[in-house]
Design a protein around this ligand. Structure first.
Ligand SMILES: [Zn+2]
Length: 595
């Protein structure tokens, strides 16, 4: 008779792994929950507020009168006294970048959000250098000549003198410009002989051809990015990606829209799918057991748009994924940023010290489109025909108009349908464009905190008073029946939904200037932009975005109701807890009553 020990051993190993994998299904076995005794803002027009919400197995079972609901709850229900805190549907981030946020996570902060003067900023940089081990990359982010008055870009000789033993990277806040030192160039294989990738993406050189340390735009930056990713190692990046996803829940988001994932690597998509999906594959669970993929825990839902130049990452069909992770469509860029002169406008940028000497915008320049209309039309046709949603980065008035002309041609040929194509940022969206958008069923997501952080610079030094007055016209969009959302474009600005809400409502800059007060919206309209409208833009409005029977139990608990605090206090409201599918993804105080 043969020895059966190896067979028994295999069976035991499979059983242990199977058990481990079953235990990892973190969306299963939800506890039933009853919330009461706090303002409960449902975002449902017919019942805007209710006394109680009852959740069974991750789904909202009922929302209404407390005593009525109490009669029907399961005996093992956890009863949660909100004690005056506000319960709302979880916020939906309509435009964010988790992959770039992973790259910038934990960087030395040189931003104008933290530093008021050039002196203070460089002192912070020099102190940070001294805290690194020799040879370690010193990664700094947020460098911003608009927000920090008098800030001059660093020369390679300065960076070499401060950090003679470390490669250094300084990234601008807009992530369009970078600076490095000699060791940074060495580590990336770039030297004075390296050709520039293009006229707009290059390594700046002085009269004698030596590198100055300045790197313009992505293509020239790619060798540095690769060197940094290699140096950090994959496990650090995986840990950071988990921390970034935790950060969204901490800010009150229960769902995010990844708007153009900055990768061409299918393993990056696999990692994010693994973190959010409701149904992890057996193979991915095995990789988790062997610690090749991070351990799963309740985290934000993730709806993804792939970059146009990584279209090989699109799955075979729009019917992919689940209600926790899904690839929805494709993102294009038609213009750029007002802080690099690449926002495409009808009239030129102002000619000021800031535009000319700091932002290097040529005189009488109005920006250019990054694609021809013919290219755009062929892309739209190609992806629309396969059912993909299309999102286009568009800031300037002419950029928006040309995009809409292209859509108009195609949609007039093929007919209006429920495409839910979107325009991203929409700084200068004109009335006639809004009418066209409404007719074409194309909707905007507004980059509202341009107004808060850069409103003053835009008004005084970049586009002038008249155009600034028409900046980010949310109320006009509402009156033109557009379904609008608002976003922070993290890591461009901090992904704080309550900060976005306050700006949309009071239209004030960080310094208190009022800009385009006629486009101020109500708190309720702002909350719609952060919940049900943003859910509609990702085709999830029947499942998330409001507190309604049958929807997922995705909630945020706030220490105060945005509907009752003074408007100037909205951004100081604290997120106490974020619940996704009935499970806690973030809690401010682990010992809190609300659990
Ligand atoms: Zn973006």
């Amino acid at each position: 008779m043969k020895n059966k020990t190896p067979i028994y051993l295999c069976v035991i190993i499979i059983m242990v792994l199977g058990y481990k994998i079953t235990m990892m299904d973190d969306w299963a076995s939800n506890q039933n929950l009853l919330f009461y005794n706090g303002p409960i803002i449902t975002m449902e027009a017919e019942t805007p507020s209710v006394e109680a919400v009852y959740v069974e197995n991750g789904i909202i079972h009922s929302a209404g009168n407390y005593n009525d609901i109490l009669q029907s709850i399961h005996p093992d229900t956890k009863i949660i006294n909100l004690d005056g805190k506000a319960l709302l549907p979880g916020f939906v981030d309509s435009h964010t970048h988790p992959v770039i946020s992973t790259f910038t996570h934990g960087m030395v902060d040189l931003s104008g959000f933290t530093h008021q003067t050039s002196k203070e900023l460089w002192a912070h940089f020099e102190k940070s250098v001294s805290e690194h081990e020799p040879g370690e990359w010193i990664l700094c982010g947020g460098f911003d000549q608009v927000l920090v008055p008098g800030l001059e870009p660093p020369h390679i000789s300065y960076l070499d003198s401060i950090a003679p033993q470390n490669p250094v990277l300084i990234a601008s806040q807009s992530l369009h410009s970078y600076w490095t030192n000699s060791l940074g160039f060495n580590a990336s294989g770039v030297d004075r002989e390296t050709p520039n990738p293009s006229n707009s993406s290059y390594y700046e050189r002085d009269e004698s051809g030596d590198l100055t340390g300045y790197i313009a735009e992505q293509k020239a930056f790619d060798p540095l990015k690769e060197a940094i990713i290699q140096a950090l190692g994959k496990s650090t990046l995986k840990e950071k990606s988990v921390a970034v996803m935790d950060g969204y829940a901490k800010n009150g988001y229960s769902t995010i829209t990844s708007m153009g994932v900055t990768t061409s690597d299918k393993n990056v998509i696999r990692l994010y799918r693994h973190l959010s999906t409701g149904k992890p594959t057996f193979a991915d669970q095995l990789l988790t057991a062997f610690r090749i993929l991070p351990k799963r825990k309740p985290t934000v839902r993730n709806f993804v748009f792939i970059r146009y130049d990584s279209s090989h990452l699109l799955p075979a069909s729009v019917d992919n994924g689940d209600d926790f992770f899904k690839i929805l469509g494709i993102k294009f860029w038609y213009d750029g940023s007002p802080y690099t002169g690449s926002m495409y406008m009808e009239s030129p940028y102002l000619n000021t010290d800031l535009t000319r000497n700091k932002l290097h915008i040529p005189n009488n320049h109005s920006g250019v489109s990054l694609l021809t209309q013919e290219e755009l039309e062929s892309f739209i046709t190609k992806y629309q025909d396969h059912g993909w949603q299309i999102a286009i980065h568009s800031q300037g008035d002419i950029a928006i108009r040309e995009i809409l002309e292209s859509f108009d041609k195609i949609i007039n040929d093929k007919g209006i349908a429920d495409y839910r194509h979107r325009l991203e940022h929409c700084l200068l969206l004109q009335e006639e464009s809004m009418k066209l958008m409404a007719g074409l069923n194309i909707h905007p997501s507004f980059h509202i905190n341009h107004l808060y952080y850069y409103g003053k610079a835009l008004k005084e030094n970049i586009i002038g008073k008249e155009r600034a007055r028409q900046l980010l016209p949310i109320k006009d969009a509402d009156q033109n029946s557009l379904i609008y959302s608002i976003h922070a474009d993290q890591p461009m600005f901090p992904g704080e939904p309550l900060s976005l809400l306050q700006t949309a409502v009071n239209r004030r800059t960080e310094g208190g200037d009022l800009i385009g007060s006629n486009n101020a919206i109500s708190v309720m309209m702002g909350l719609k932009a952060l919940t049900i409208n943003a859910a509609w833009q990702i085709k999830m409005e029947k499942k998330i975005g409001s507190i309604k029977k049958g929807k997922y139990a995705d909630f945020v608990v706030l220490d105060q109701s945005p509907l009752t605090v003074p408007i100037s206090e909205i951004r100081n409201i604290k997120v106490i807890q974020t619940i996704i599918n009935g499970k806690t993804a973030y809690i401010r105080h682990p010992s809190s009553q609300i659990r």
